[in-house]
Design a protein around this ligand. Structure first.
Ligand code: HEM
Ligand code: HEM
Length: 186
């Protein structure tokens, strides 16, 4: 077995996440909650007069692409920096719940921008990134657009429920003052 590098060893025995992990967690938490709200809200914008709905949709797409890039960065950081180990005193079911919910959150973080981007890439309109049209990758397809849109919506429900559970768990840890919440605080 290969010896762990000093950096990984340090992260594993530390009691908190690295500064980069904390910064990315909070930046993405704010961005993702805004984006989820925006996605739901923009669906109710009337189609007439034309323009307003498209403007907000393009804003959602641009923010979504930026969040997607930040998520790639976060994923790379996570793969190269082990999170601090959970305390030995923590009940097994809580360790399991933490690992499962974090895996679900990461899964949704990957699927949300991906399904959004793919769905939009199959419409007849170009994706505009802060006003600049991105090159078309393939032919428009109403069927594929439907499939990815449905996945985008379904995944957003799973994401919202998991985030709600995650926040409740974090608040519970804060009330119990067991040191878990501090691990993700600057
Ligand atoms: C972090 C990323 C993202 C999150 C959390 C997110 C969230 C959402 C939510 C909650 C909805 C409303 C779903 C519904 O009520 O049906 C939505 C709709 C939509 N999103 Fe996203 N989105 C993300 C990224 C993207 C990206 C990158 C694009 C395109 C480049 C995109 C394009 C769309 C479009 C076109 C809709 C309208 C419904 C549809 O046609 O699917 N989204 N999004
Ligand atoms: C969109 C919103 C959020 C997402 C997607 C999210 C995602 C995540 C993920 C994936 C982790 C695991 C990090 C890892 O081990 O690699 C994590 C940890 C954590 N999050 Fe969040 N988070 C969100 C919002 C929040 C909020 C609002 C709070 C506080 C109220 C919070 C508190 C924490 C804490 C305390 C940890 C550390 C848990 C531990 O030490 O095991 N998160 N978050």
């Amino acid at each position: 077995m290969q010896e762990p590098t000093p950096e990984l060893e340090h992260q594993n025995t530390s009691t908190r996440y690295t500064r980069v992990a904390i910064a990315l967690h909070w930046l993405l938490a704010m961005g993702l909650i805004y984006q989820l709200w925006l996605g739901v809200w923009m669906g109710d914008i009337p189609k007439t007069p034309p323009g307003l709905r498209a403007e907000w949709f393009n804003w959602h797409k641009s923010i979504g692409i930026v969040l997607g890039l930040l998520i790639v960065l976060r994923g790379l950081w996570r793969l190269t920096h082990r999170p601090p180990a959970l305390p030995d005193t923590m009940p097994l079911w809580q360790t399991w719940a933490a690992h499962t919910s974090h895996a679900l959150l990461y899964g949704c973080m990957v699927l949300m921008p991906l399904t959004g981007f793919l769905g939009s890439s199959f419409t007849a309109y170009p994706i505009k990134f802060f006003g600049t049209p991105l090159p078309r990758l393939w032919e428009a397809s109403a069927d594929l657009k439907e499939v990815f849109s449905a996945l985008h919506t379904a995944c957003s429900y799973v994401f919202m429920v998991t985030i709600a559970v995650h926040i409740l768990a974090a608040l519970l840890h804060m009330v119990r003052r067991d040191g878990i919440a501090k691990r993700m605080l600057p």
